[in-house]
Design a protein around this ligand. Structure first.
Ligand code: ATP
Length: 798
């Protein structure tokens, strides 16, 4: 989860009217954006409007203004409410967007609107906006929708002139509307807009695809079959690439980087090689817009024929189609949509007449504003480059993240790449170890590390069952805890939860000497540690142990992997996204169970240790009424105020509160106020008005299958970590010891992926007592949760 621009926007004297619409293809998470825009606008004292059915709603407006006679005529026929409901541009109140966050698609409708493509359509749209007094428009849609938005803004002054000239509106009527603020939010499953790493909906869609591929996987393995799976993406291969990375597909076809001239042979060679190494299944992923170097389409049926005839495989085709667009939004999309919606309202309020229209983007973990015009133009350049067969340029125009994923996919998939092999003296024996509790993505990281090592000529050495495994190994009864690991062994781990090489919380300090001796015996020259706070602590101990043990003077990288996301040196740990998805599934189910009885408050305990991260971000993703964290603690005043708030909410309830309310409580937020006690207090206070239940999802939060985000980031970070380690090949022990980059933690900080020196992070950024970073980047997001749930200001623990 990203940091947002913290500064509150300046509020001008005039009460603004901000409208939001969704346009183009629907994508999961659009509703979250609408909810955030509406509530944030109201929070800032503006009036919020929803435009129904995309640009169609703007063009059709109300069929409004009706003449007085027509209006009363209609009222005679229907109720006033019915007449008002004819309007496609309606004021939205706080309660109107209740329950939006967890709904897929778009509840305010979307459309492909042909009239808006032409000036007369846009002229009518402008007139309707002015009649409604709206001077700011937030458009949630794909590149087409944003192109339309930009055109609309550029034409706005001339549209006003034309409206006056045609006497549709008077100069006085148009005068207050000289500037239309437009803000774009990218809602698209394709993730095809330049300048942003993620669009609202892309990770939900990827989750749908991965579920399907994982399911196909089991039957493919059983029958030793090949499956060719077509996924969406006409000009953008993001979904196909990410699906390939997260499922460990054997071959992918994406429009930006078509395969070489003899791709038929290339594909069959790779696939036959995988089979000869013992793989029982084959998965090929084809983007909808895949083509060869000459732009001839590559269709799944052609790939199937090749695999059948040339590779002799029993092959089937699966076309996923619209399944990919549907379903409930993933945790990340709910959070992204919420934070971008909040930022969109801030951008409207910050805008001056000279501010170019922004589109709200996400770079790694940071919400940023980028010029809409440039983002759209750059996006179109990609399609142009593809049409011109300039594929290098097409890849260049995609963001750096796309590039890295593509490289990571290639390195970890194709088996024979002689050009990647390092000379003998640069090859290393690299130890791979898991520490702490299992977290989604640990296996994907290890699989990628193994594949990378083998591609470069290194030897991957699995150190089983954490540091205690090593200590036991060297005692009287060796348990085979140290083993070279083969490609085939790790091959099937891409989507596996848990820890295949075994993990343990034990620390090296239990017996540094034995561990040093194991490292020496097995000639470990580099160490890749995957795990949470214990992994961080373990590497810190090894680093300090360098003083006494030469064996530890080797390069080491920690890849943070924990559901708690409490490792210093990063804002994101693999496994945390899987946990958030498990939690929102649990909360959605609780909520839904309340829909029969209504007026029920669920008090749910989350994990997270001394860090309130999981509770807060889950709160943001489900629209929790309140979140209790260890950072703030829980006190009576806080509870009292929240119970009062609940009373107000249920008092004003006119039937909208069908689903239950949720309060999330981190496991360490309070020793006294457990979830059961809080639920009892609420039930007692709500007698006759509302009831309460508590729930403890416990280890359910570790999830089953890792989320695609955890899988793809695990692969990318593992490859980066190994690249970091191999830089130290051939260096002397003292050179390694002197280099503070020889012992690092890899992580995301704001808009960057960085290796931070362990020594610095240990000293400056770590709260050792509370086992979390001193400065928790997400703390500001608690206010967003509270604001969007309408919670009164929190009283902090004394
Ligand atoms: P998706 O990613 O699902 O394709 P999109 O926003 O790109 O979403 P489009 O069908 O391209 O979907 O565009 C949606 C609507 O935006 C169009 O129906 C039209 O009303 C408007 N629009 C698109 N392009 C333009 C344009 N060049 N000028 C004016 N309006 C446009």
């Amino acid at each position: 989860p990203p940091t947002t621009n913290e500064a509150p926007p300046p509020l001008s004297g005039k009460k603004r009217r901000i409208a939001v619409l969704t346009s183009g293809g629907d994508s999961p998470g659009m509703n979250g954006a609408v909810r955030a825009v509406v509530r944030m606008a109201i929070h800032y004292g503006c009036e919020a409007y929803c435009v129904y059915e995309g640009y169609d709603g703007l063009v059709q407006g109300v069929r409004w203004p009706l003449s007085k006679e027509a209006f009363f005529g209609l009222v005679l026929l229907h109720t006033i409410e019915h007449v008002l409901s004819v309007s496609r541009i309606k004021e939205a109140h706080w309660e109107d967007v209740r329950g939006f966050l967890s709904e897929g698609g778009t509840l305010i409708g979307t459309a492909r609107c042909m009239p808006f493509m032409e000036r007369p359509g846009r002229l009518t749209a402008a007139k309707h906006l002015i009649i409604k007094g709206i001077d700011a428009l937030v458009v949630v849609g794909g590149d087409g929708s944003l192109t339309g938005a930009d055109k609309f803004r550029a034409e706005w002054p001339s549209l006003l002139e034309e409206l006056v000239q045609k006497k549709e509106l008077t100069p006085e009527e148009v005068k207050p509307f000289q500037h239309l603020n437009i803000v774009g939010l990218v809602g698209s499953i394709d993730n095809d807009l330049s300048m942003t790493d993620a669009t609202i909906g892309c990770y939900s869609s990827l989750a749908r695809i991965c579920e399907a591929v994982d399911s196909v996987d089991t039957t493919a393995t059983s029958h030793q079959r090949a499956f060719v799976i077509e996924v969406m993406g006409r000009h953008c291969g993001w979904l196909a690439l990410m699906a390939g990375v997260s499922t460990g597909a054997d071959f992918i076809f994406i429009p930006e980087s078509p395969p070489g001239e003899d791709w038929q042979d290339e594909m069959c060679t790779i696939i036959k090689k995988h089979r000869s190494m013992g793989k029982r299944k084959t998965i090929v992923i084809v983007a909808e817009g895949a083509h060869d170097q000459q732009l001839n389409p590559i269709k799944p049926s052609a790939v199937k024929d090749l695999l059948t005839k040339k590779a002799g495989l029993d092959t089937r085709v699966t076309t996923l189609g619209h399944v990919q667009r549907g379903g409930t939004p993933a945790a990340y999309d709910r959070m992204l949509a919420t934070l971008q919606g909040v930022e969109a309202v801030k951008a409207v309020l910050d805008a001056t007449p000279d501010t170019p229209s922004p589109v709200i983007c996400m770079i790694e973990n940071k919400i940023v504003r980028r010029p809409l015009l440039e983002a759209v133009a750059q996006t179109k350049e990609v399609a142009k480059a593809i049409d011109a067969k300039n594929f290098d340029k097409a890849m260049e125009l995609r963001d750096a993240e796309f590039h890295e994923y593509y490289r990571a996919y290639q390195i970890t998939t194709a088996t024979e790449q002689p050009e990647l092999m390092l000379p003998e003296d640069k090859r290393m024996r690299i130890g791979l170890i898991h520490v702490g509790a299992p977290a989604g993505g640990m296996n994907a990281a290890t699989r990628a590390a193994v594949a990378y090592c083998l591609a470069r000529g290194h030897t991957p050495v699995a150190l089983h069952n954490g540091f205690p495994g090593l200590i036991r190994h060297h005692s009287d009864k060796p348990l085979g805890s140290v083993r070279d690991i083969s490609w085939l062994e790790a091959e099937s781990w891409a989507s596996k939860g848990g820890s295949e090489i075994g993990t343990n919380r034990g620390l090296p300090s239990e017996d540094l000497e034995t561990i040093a001796s194991v490292f020496t015996t097995y000639k470990i020259q580099g160490l890749f540690v995957v795990g949470g706070f214990e992994a961080f602590t373990a590497v810190s101990e090894l680093r300090k142990g360098r003083e006494h043990y030469k064996a530890f003077k080797i390069p080491m990288v920690v890849l943070p992997a924990t559901i708690s996301n409490n490792v210093p040196g990063t804002e994101y740990s693999i496994g945390s996204d899987t946990c958030l998805n498990a939690l929102i599934t649990y909360c959605d189910a609780c909520r839904q169970s309340a829909s029969a009885s209504r007026r029920r408050v669920f008090v749910i305990e989350t994990q997270g240790g001394e860090s309130g991260y999981i509770a807060t971000i889950a709160g943001l993703s489900i629209g929790a009424l309140a979140v209790y964290t260890p950072e703030d603690g829980v006190n009576l005043k806080m509870l009292d105020r929240d119970i009062d708030h609940l009373r107000d909410v249920f008092l004003q309830d006119k039937g909208q509160n069908r689903a239950g309310k949720i309060i999330l409580v981190n496991e360490k937020a309070s020793k006294t106020y457990t979830v059961q006690i809080i639920a009892d207090m609420i039930a007692e206070a709500g007698k006759g008005k509302f009831e309460s239940r508590h729930g403890v999802p416990g280890h359910f939060q570790q999830g089953t299958t890792p989320s695609p985000m955890d899988r793809v980031r695990a692969v990318r970070f593992a490859v980066k970590s190994l690249q970091h380690l191999e830089q130290f090949a051939g260096m002397s022990k003292s050179e390694i010891d002197d280099d503070d980059q020889s012992c690092v933690v890899i992580g995301i900080k704001g808009a960057k992926v960085l290796f931070s020196s362990m020594e610095k992070v240990e000293k400056k950024e770590t709260d050792w007592k509370l086992r979390r970073p001193k400065d928790e980047f997400w703390m500001g997001l608690k206010d967003v949760v509270d604001t969007l749930s309408g919670r009164p200001k929190v009283v902090k623990h004394a």
